[in-house]
Ligand binder design. Sequence first.
Ligand SMILES: [Zn+2]
Length: 76
Amino acid sequence: MDSALDKSERARTRLPQAEHVARVHCPISWPEGDRCLNCHEMFPCTAYGWAFDVLVDAGWSPTDVQALDARTGPWS
Ligand SMILES: [Zn+2]
């Protein structure tokens, strides 16, 4: 059992999932602060926090992660 290989394989398959999560869990402005568009938790939500960590661990910069939010307006 090569656990190092398992770990990198898991990291590889997690990346596309993390990209998707970071794209759909994005902040919208509410009077009391930013909330997640997808799950309505206060932003950053649990899912976005996970995705952010995965992508930054993989060598992405925080700017790269934020650039996944390709909405044309705050509600689209
Ligand atoms: Zn969310």
